[in-house]
Ligand binder design. Structure first.
Ligand code: GLN
Length: 488
């Protein structure tokens, strides 16, 4: 076994006992990047020199007896999370040359425990997309089938974890961008409760929905990452002051006494039969472990795609107003006419999907339409949240597939935004309600593509789904399969 194949908890054991050094595992990961990145295309920036410096600092700290679970462990970070001194592109042309003068809170926290940051991963521009094809920088391919998308928008992060180009990663999830790519790449992706993790230094897409979370090789690793990034931050007024439990304490076997809700209507048209098959098998495994399953009804869930695609673009149109050619790197034209400069900078600096969202959002917020669109969407959002509240009165967790199909082909949906938006059907409502969710590998399609099981819990009850995810993982072997890098 190569060092780059280790999980976080395995690496930690070896680092702690000083059987390997952080430099060794970091070099192994960097060699792995050299070997496969050309084919996968998951990194926007590889920070080799910094990574080796972090590794040496970690080794020093381990020598002094200070080895926390992430100390010395090589991680990748989605390139929408600010890293001091390292370009943060959001996979957009408009941020060309932007080097943040500060670290986001999550990165600060990783640095405090001497984790090693190996690079910044590709994404859909500003997080807008489900396939990573909206990146202005490069194409990322799914390690399980290089002709397919890795999912998005955290497709780069999920692909680096799946192809062992890091030991763990951080992504962001506004409507599914951690869970959906994790399901397509066969890894574990966790979106925390809104407010659990600081958004300070996360470039805003839709501020009432965005959340940073772990993408990892297994459930234990996701819990270890969540332990470090969670908690109140005075720099983010939406982060919640609430104790952070040790999430690894939830990882114990046995599901007796756990009630699992299965929403009616998830077996709708458009859900791939392989996905349905894997989902139903997963439910049986979870029942077999002692859980009780019951049907639940989420009456307003069907509106979540429409609601999300009003609220997210509305917030995006406001958040992205700051990129005007004055405050950040890219400027298209230096003519004397200010308005012309703004508009040509924004027309060339933003890609087509971002422009589509800005136009949609501006329209939804405009005088005369505000109540009919944004106002109405906000009301339905409350109903969706209430539905979950009621459901969680009678169950501990809710199960659905993470995505309606396995990874689709590159180019398959890019010309048809509506079809692309529908690939988020199972993930969007958790963001609208602010509840946490995780995707864990639960099988493979006939073509050998990974399928993810989504497990949701009520606000701040990540521990509940971590337990279910952990027991499921212990009872199955999907998470230990590795991609062989083939073309279909
Ligand atoms: N795919 C969704 C979108 O395009 C969600 C993206 C995300 O979670 N960042 O908006």
């Amino acid at each position: 076994m190569e060092l780059y194949e280790l999980t976080i908890h395995e690496a930690h054991e070896l680092l702690r006992k000083r059987e390997i050094s952080s430099r060794e595992i970091t070099e192994s990961v960097l060699d792995r990047i050299d070997a496969v990145e050309d084919r996968v295309g998951a990194y926007i920036t590889v920070t080799k020199d910094q990574a080796l410096a972090h590794a040496d600092a970690a080794d020093e700290s381990i020598k002094n007896g200070d080895c926390t679970p992430l100390t010395g462990v090589p991680l990748s970070i989605k390139d929408i999370i600010c890293t001091k001194g390292i370009p943060t592109t959001c996979a957009s042309k408009i941020l060309k040359g932007f080097i943040p003068p500060y670290d986001s809170t999550v990165v600060q926290r990783l640095k405090t425990v001497n984790a090693v940051i190996v690079g910044k991963t590709n994404l859909d521009e500003f997080g807008m997309g489900s396939s990573t094809e909206n990146s202005a920088i490069k194409t990322t391919r799914n390690p399980w089938d290089l002709e397919r998308i890795p999912g998005g928008s955290s497709g780069g992060s999920a692909a680096t974890v799946a192809s062992d180009m890091c030991i763990g990663s951080l992504g962001t999830d506004t409507g599914g961008s951690i869970r959906q790519p994790s399901s397509h790449c066969g890894v574990v992706g966790l979106k925390p409760t809104y407010g659990r993790v600081s958004r300070f230094g996360l470039v805003a897409f839709a501020s009432s929905l965005d959340q940073i979370g772990p993408i990892a090789k297994d459930v234990t690793d996701a819990a270890l990452l969540l332990n470090v990034i969670s908690g109140h931050d005075p720099n983010d007024s939406t982060s919640v002051q609430r104790e952070v439990p040790d999430y690894t304490k939830a990882l114990v076997s046995g599901l007796k006494g756990v009630t699992v809700g299965i929403p009616t209507g998830y077996d709708r048209e458009g859900v791939d039969p392989d996905v349905m098959g894997a989902f139903q098998k997963a439910v049986q495994v979870i029942e077999g472990l002692g859980a009780t399953c019951r049907e639940i009804i989420l009456p307003h869930n069907d509106y979540s795609v429409a609601v999300y695609y009003l609220i997210a673009p509305a917030e995006a149109s406001s958040n992205l107003a700051r990129y005007d050619g004055v405050k950040y790197g890219f400027r298209e034209d230096s003519s004397e006419d200010l308005l012309k400069m703004y508009s040509s900078t924004r027309s060339t600096g933003f890609g087509p999907e971002v422009q589509r969202r800005i136009i949609l959002g501006t329209y939804a917020l405009s005088a005369g339409y505000y109540d009919a669109y944004y106002g109405k969407a906000s009301q339905v959002r409350t109903l969706i949240t209430e539905d979950y509240k009621k459901a969680f009165e009678i169950c501990d967790v809710i199960l659905t597939p993470a995505a309606p199909t396995p990874a689709f082909r590159l180019g398959e949906k890019i010309e048809d935004p509506l079809t692309m938006y529908l690939s988020d059907i199972f993930t969007l409502s958790a963001n609208l309600a602010g509840i946490p969710g995780v995707s864990v590998p639960c099988g493979f399609s006939q073509a050998g593509l990974p399928i993810g099981l989504q497990i949701l819990a009520s606000h701040f009850n990540e521990a509940k789904f971590l337990k279910v995810a952990y027991c499921f993982e212990q009872a199955t072997e999907h998470h230990i399969q590795k991609p062989q890098f083939h073309n279909s």
